[in-house]
Structure formats: C-alpha cells, structure tokens
Design a binder for this molecule. Structure first.
Ligand code: NAP
Length: 299
C-alpha cells in the first residue's frame, strides 16, 4: 500500500520539481497537486506536465492532501505555513526539504499547532534552480534525514520514511539541532568558503584581468560551481543556522592560521601530514558511494 495517496508540493524549483518527477515515476497512482508563488513557474510546470494539477496558491493546493511537502527557501516556510494552515485536512502530514532543520521545525510547529509536522532534508541537490533543473533520479541512493519533533506520531514518521525510501533514498532519523551541526560541517561551511574564495578572486580580477577565468582549471573552477548555488536559498541557510556555522567558522579560522604558520615556517611535514589525511577522507567518501572516481568537470 502507498504511504500517501494525495501529495501536495509547494515550491516547484529544483527540489520541488525533482520530487514531483520522482513521485510520478515511483508512485504513479499518487494524486499530485503542486503550487508555486511565481506565476511563470506555475505555467512552466503545467507545460512540463509533471503534476496532475497546478493550483494558483498554496492553500488551494493542500485541500485534501494527506502529505504536504514545502520545497521553498527556509525563510519562506512561515509564510507558506500561514497560507496552508486553514486548509489542511485532519491527520495531514506536513513536511519540508529545507537545508536547516531546527528553525524550520520551530516555525512550522508554531504556525501549525495540532498538525503532524515532520521536517526532513534530502541531502541531494545541484547548483541549479528552477523547474527545468529538476530530474527524477535526484534522490536515488542519497540520504534523506528526517528530524521528527520530540512527540511526533511514530506511525506518521514511518509513513514519511517509507515515502522517501520509495523514491530510492536511504533514510536516517536525527534530532534537528544535531542535523544542523552535521550539515554545517558537510555543506554550509564548504559553501561559505566557496562564496568567499570566488568573491576574493572577483575582487582581484582588476589585477589579474581575465586570467582568473582563463586558468580556472587549477581548482578554482570547482569552487565556482558551488558558489553558483542559489543566492536566496543560501542566504536563508546562513541566517537560520547561525550558531552552528559561526562556531565552526571559529575552528576553521584557527586551522587556517595553523596552515599559514606551517607555510611561513616551511613546515613541510605539517602540510604533508594534513594533505595525506584529507586524501584519505576523499577515498572514504568514494568507498561509501557518495561520489565517483570520475574526473569532476563541472559535475
Ligand atoms: P529553487 O529552485 O529556487 O526553488 C524554490 C521555489 O520556491 C521557487 O520557484 C520560488 O519561487 C518558490 N517560492 C519562494 N517563496 C515561495 C512562497 N512563499 N510560496 C510558494 N513558492 C515559493 O530552490 P531549491 O533549490 O528547489 O530549494 C528549495 C528548498 O530545498 C530550500 O529550502 C533548500 O534549502 C532546500 N534544499 C536545496 C538543495 C539544493 O541543492 N538546491 C538541496 C536540499 C534541500 P520564486 O522563484 O518566485 O522565488
């Protein structure tokens, strides 16, 4: 039996449209209704034919749904929750895909009292945005972290887990603050570093003329891919995971200064020992199936 029969997706960008395509493929009998704040996106989604119905607004999309998934930027969750609250049927599960979990759980919990709010985060994505960027296999073989609030209904948590497993994801349960600390290391800090390096290089462009772009293969190019990620989404990630990111940034700054010292004092052993350790981490990521050995030309 399907875990949910009538699913509503609010926000049809990269993640929402990928989810719609994946649901269509894995659970074709699910009645899928979607919506987006942007009329142009709604029109495009209707053209793409990736949902049964495209509603004009979030409230209209969730009527009768037994699962609602919010796929909007983290900073827009409160606004959408206020729109859908009055329209939700009893026992509907409201979930989301936001990259930060503690603040989203708080906002949704406050806006939707008495509703089964079970936040989640599929750890899968690209640097692209919008409904044309989505694809059905995005979640296959990737982790989806579900962060049930303390008194969440276990049956509903299991149904949501089964929903993600049907899309090909591996599911882990975690509390929201722990999720935010883990993701600060694996995703948020790397993005911040990429934004910073690419910003520095563009400031130096004056000096280097177009050489930064011309010789970008030397490592810079991989940072530019990450730094091309959606500005609104990432603004909201940093505003909503402030403590964990700031704490980690302190550690990172110290480690960077240690590297600075090693270079200044020609401490080759320190450099080589760190680079050997980091190479082993890359190998274990490949061994775990989280990336491939393929050369990364803009993947
Ligand atoms: P996206 O491609 O920019 O899509 C977001 C969509 O939501 C846009 O179409 C946007 O419309 C719409 N939207 C914004 N505010 C809205 C509102 N109040 N009501 C209805 N629709 C609204 O972004 P995305 O990459 O799919 O990210 C969506 C969520 O997934 C974010 O919470 C993000 O943290 C999370 N996530 C992203 C990734 C990733 O790699 N991209 C991975 C995992 C999770 P407009 O264009 O008009 O603003």
């Amino acid at each position: 039996m399907l875990p949910f029969a009538r699913v509503a997706i609010i926000g049809m960008g990269l993640i929402g449209s990928s989810l719609a395509r994946a649901v269509r493929e894995a659970m074709p009998t699910v009645q899928l209704t979607v919506s987006d704040a942007s009329a142009a996106v709604r029109e495009r989604v209707a053209e793409l034919g990736i949902a049964d119905d495209v509603a004009d607004n979030a409230g209209a999309a969730v009527v009768d749904a037994d699962l609602v998934i919010l796929c909007v930027p983290v900073g827009a969750m409160a606004e959408v929750a206020a729109e859908i609250g009055p329209e939700l049927a009893p026992d509907t599960v409201v979930s989301d895909v936001g990259s930060v979990k503690e603040s989203v759980a708080r906002v949704l919990g406050a806006a939707l009292p008495g509703v089964h709010v079970i936040p989640a985060h599929p750890v899968a994505g690209t640097e692209k945005s919008g409904p044309d960027a989505g694809f059905s296999s995005l979640f296959k073989g990737r982790w989806c972290i579900i962060t049930p609030p303390p008194r969440a209904d276990e049956v509903m948590v299991e149904r949501l887990s089964e929903f993600w497993r049907r899309l090909g994801s591996k599911v882990d349960l975690m509390d929201a603050p722990h999720h935010d600390r883990v993701l600060a290391v694996t995703s948020h800090l790397p993005h911040l570093i990429a934004y910073s390096i690419v910003g520095t290089a563009s400031d130096l462009e004056e000096v280097t003329k177009s050489e930064v772009i011309k010789y970008s293969a030397g490592g810079f190019r991989d940072f530019t891919r990450i730094a091309a990620s959606d500005p609104v989404m990432w603004r909201d990630v940093f505003l909503n995971n402030r403590e964990a990111v700031l704490e980690l940034l302190g550690r990172f700054t110290e480690d960077l200064v240690a590297l600075q010292r090693a270079i200044r004092w020609s401490d080759g052993d320190a450099l080589e020992s760190l680079f050997t350790r980091t190479r082993a981490i890359r190998r274990s990521i490949i061994d775990e199936g989280q990336d491939t050995e393929k050369p990364d030309f803009g993947r």
